[in-house]
Ligand binder design. Structure first.
Ligand SMILES: NC(=O)c1ccc[n+]([C@@H]2O[C@H](COP(=O)([O-])OP(=O)(O)OC[C@H]3O[C@@H](n4cnc5c(N)ncnc54)[C@H](OP(=O)(O)O)[C@@H]3O)[C@@H](O)[C@H]2O)c1
Length: 273
């Protein structure tokens, strides 16, 4: 069985395929093809966001794939700049209309603060947005709800003010930047960590140390990095518009990274800038 058919399970029992296909920076006009290629290779989990301006193209791919709706897992996100109860409900409808779907699989608050004001305290507004998330979850419009880029204190604010704790936190997570504090907090709470930018948006691929380690397993650096996130218990979301790479990124179950190399990879501090 391919890793593309394996799942993590949220605390409400909903299954989420262990590797997702990332679509950030894939323009609307090319995203349909990229998603169709990923689906053809066997990916069954697609990660998009209203802010990526490509939800319509993702929706078109799902329709064209002719897969049964239950066979494909779709995540989208409430833009970081949009906060509040009514605002979140309105934005969700926009996403659903773009994707042309009745039900979404996972809906995330894209970030705790607007991208232009990173670090701003928006606790009150995030709690309001989360009330809207709980409503659409209880109504069955979305099968799981979560957050992205949330710190421990951002998460605690939501957890202390709601009956439905976030099921996932999508954060930057790669060998070089493993964000251990939030990673450990989420793991202890049973909140799934989704590893975005598992290849450091491609910046890690030329790194000498990573190339040396990858060689010992006879795999590419991309495969090593994706396998690393999985062995840490996170869910990688690799993005590519290149068919051969989309396929390569899914072939990560024929090798196991040793405990020694896992420690080595986890201890790297490098954002490869
Ligand atoms: N929640 C958030 O705030 C957030 C932020 C960032 C990302 N994300 C999610 O995470 C996904 C992935 O992160 P990312 O887009 O930053 O990038 P990434 O997956 O870390 O890396 C993508 C880059 O690596 C290249 N690449 C992919 N596979 C390769 C391979 N096998 N060999 C060589 N090069 C390869 C791609 O090139 P080509 O495409 O040209 O092949 C692209 O330039 C996003 O698409 C998005 O869904 C979420």
């Amino acid at each position: 069985m391919s890793i593309l058919n394996e799942h993590y399970i949220f605390r409400n029992g909903v299954k989420i395929p262990k590797i997702g296909f990332g679509t950030w920076q894939i323009p609307q006009e090319s995203v349909t093809n990229a998603v169709l290629e990923a689906i053809e290779i066997g990916y069954r989990h697609i990660d998009t966001a209203l802010a990526y301006n490509n939800e319509k193209g993702v929706g078109a791919a799902i329709k064209r794939s002719e897969l049964d709706r239950s066979e494909i897992f779709i995540t989208s996100k409430l833009p970081a700049e949009i906060k509040g109860y009514d605002e979140a409900l309105y934005s969700f409808e926009k996403t659903m209309s773009n994707l042309a779907l009745e039900t979404l699989d996972l809906y995330l608050i894209h970030a705790p603060w607007p991208w232009t004001e990173i670090g701003k305290n928006c606790t009150k507004e995030n709690i309001e947005s989360w009330r809207a998330f709980e409503r659409i979850y209880k109504e069955g419009r979305v099968r799981a709800i979560g957050v992205s880029n949330f710190s421990v204190s951002d998460l605690m604010a939501i957890e202390n003010n709601s009956d439905t704790p976030p099921m996932a936190n999508q954060i930057a997570f790669y060998a070089g930047r493993t964000q251990e504090e939030i990673f450990n907090y989420c793991t202890s709470k049973g909140t799934l960590i989704e590893a975005y930018s598992p290849l450091a948006t491609g910046r890690a691929l030329k790194d000498t140390l990573l190339n040396e380690i990858a060689k010992t397993y006879d795999v590419s650096v991309a495969q090593l990095l994706i396998r690393f996130t999985l062995q840490r218990g996170a869910l990688p979301l690799p993005k590519s518009v290149t068919k051969a790479r989309i396929e390569e990124n899914s072939k990560v179950d024929h090798f196991t990274i040793s405990d020694t190399d896992m420690v080595k990879l986890s201890s790297i501090k490098n954002e490869y800038r």
